[in-house]
Design a protein around this ligand. Structure first.
Ligand SMILES: Cc1cc2nc3c(=O)[nH]c(=O)nc-3n(C[C@H](O)[C@H](O)[C@H](O)COP(=O)(O)OP(=O)(O)OC[C@H]3O[C@@H](n4cnc5c(N)ncnc54)[C@H](O)[C@@H]3O)c2cc1C
Length: 414
């Protein structure tokens, strides 16, 4: 792989950009791999990358039924933060956030990490108490957050209506090194780095069945034929239940649509991310000037990548009362993704009842922020059989009642 650098850009400028390589190869599948990862979203690609980088396992294929990054990874609103309540959650989300800090250098690919700060508004006394508790927990966990009062909120984001017609802003949980990154670039950067290590990324290759013998996984059936493997990682977000069924087990997961929308571009007016969980909406401004808007997930299961109209109305209403100046903005685009929700709003990174088969799912509405940490931990789990980052996120917790309750931190969103 040729390195991207200022020198390379200057060199290519002089020869009419004729010397760039393809960012990643498009190989035909081999008959057998040590590890197959199903799903070339951020989590699948990051898992493959850290299998190669941290564990020297590169006889790996990542199988993707569509195009890489075309699932939720390419559809999310890119908020990155690690202000979760439980120790196990803040450990994996903070690992991810800290990896994001240097991901562009690590992958030699600009993922446009922008630690502009994330603010979660407290708009009821109950919410304020909850965020104060989280700020204290984060202090003990070594995660940098603080609870700030309304004056500081106004200073950080002057366009907020502090008095609010329904819920005045009582303060906010503020994470100064939270922010955003470019979602496609995260997928593309990992894909390019995987390909450079000799890992095969095979697009347009749908897994249609899981093969096993004597309770152990032996391979998969795909739209490009059967492929053998010693270990299988399922990393397919909203389709986790479908893949689990192929492997003969059930998951405590519900698949629901979550949607987002962007406005026409306007001049810079907001340089932080704001989440208003009580009224149910969140917003940031993209580098192009569009206001990037999201809200809650649909309340019923489905596999359409669209989402319902009433959620758009609810989200926009919430944001107009929080930021009255956006009331006359035109919305340009709306889209949806299928997210995988667990009951405790925490992910599953686990062995499964099928020996050699592992699953990484349940990131729900908030897994983009976790991609590097999840890939790091899941690769360690698959390579060595255990990882401190994933220890509390096993499937057995649902049977044993050891929930990692993050319903408040997951909140409206991400
Ligand atoms: C509208 C929206 C807004 C969001 N906002 C945020 C946010 O601001 N911050 C945040 O942290 N998170 C956010 N999320 C959540 C985040 O996008 C996801 O948690 C994360 O992207 C999941 O990544 P993934 O790699 O697990 O899944 P995906 O990116 O969905 O990748 C899974 C891949 O598996 C493939 N696949 C499925 N079935 C098969 C099969 N049978 N064979 C082969 N391939 C298969 C799919 O095609 C897909 O490409 C948001 C999600 C949505 C939908």
């Amino acid at each position: 792989m040729k390195r991207y650098s200022a020198f390379a850009i200057a060199r290519e400028a002089l020869r009419h950009h004729s010397g760039w390589d393809r960012a990643w190869a498009a190989p035909a599948p081999k008959k057998r791999y040590d590890v197959i990862i199903v799903g070339a979203g951020g989590h699948g690609l990051a898992t493959a990358y850290y299998l190669g980088k941290n564990h020297g396992i590169t006889n790996v294929a990542v199988l993707e039924k569509g195009w890489l990054g075309g699932g939720n990874t390419g559809r999310n609103t890119t908020i990155i933060r690690s202000n979760y309540l439980q120790d196990s959650s803040s450990a994996i989300y903070e690992k991810a956030r800290s990896l994001y800090e240097t991901l562009s250098q690590d992958l030699n690919y600009n993922v446009m990490f922008s630690p502009r700060g994330v603010m979660m508004l407290a708009q009821t006394e109950h919410e304020k108490r909850g965020y104060l508790r989280t700020a204290h927990a984060n202090a003990l966990q070594g995660v940098e957050t603080e609870f700030v009062g309304p004056d500081r909120v106004r200073q950080l984001c002057p366009i907020i209506n502090i008095d609010g017609p329904r819920y005045p802003v009582l303060g906010a949980l503020w994470q100064p090194r939270g922010g955003t990154a470019r979602h496609d670039a995260v997928a593309w950067g990992y894909a390019r780095a995987c390909s450079a290590m000799g890992i095969d990324i095979i697009q347009q290759c749908e897994v249609t069945g899981v093969r096993s013998e004597g309770g152990k996984v032996t391979g998969v059936e795909t739209s490009k034929g059967a492929i053998d493997c010693a270990k299988l990682g399922m990393v397919v977000a909203g389709h986790s239940g479908v893949l689990a069924e192929m492997a003969g087990f059930r998951l405590p997961i519900e698949s629901v649509a979550l949607q987002a929308l962007v406005s026409e571009p306007i001049k810079p007016c907001m340089d932080v991310v704001v989440m208003a969980n009580t009224v149910h909406g969140y917003m940031s401004q993209s580098d192009k000037g569009e206001m990037v808007i999201g809200g809650g997930a649909d309340g019923y299961n489905n596999y359409t990548q669209r989402g319902s109209f009433h959620h758009i109305e609810e989200t926009v209403r919430a944001l107009v009362e929080t930021f009255p100046m956006i009331s006359r903005l035109k919305m340009l685009r709306q889209w949806g993704g299928i997210v995988d929700m667990t009951g405790d709003r925490s992910p599953i990174l686990s062995r499964t009842p099928l020996d050699g088969c592992f699953i990484n799912c349940g990131w729900g509405t908030g897994g983009f922020k976790a991609i590097p940490g999840s890939g790091w931990g899941f690769a360690e789990l698959m390579a060595t059989g255990a990882s401190p980052l994933t220890a509390e996120f096993g499937l057995e917790r649902f049977r044993e009642g050891r929930f990692v309750d993050e319903s408040v931190a997951a909140g409206v969103a991400h």
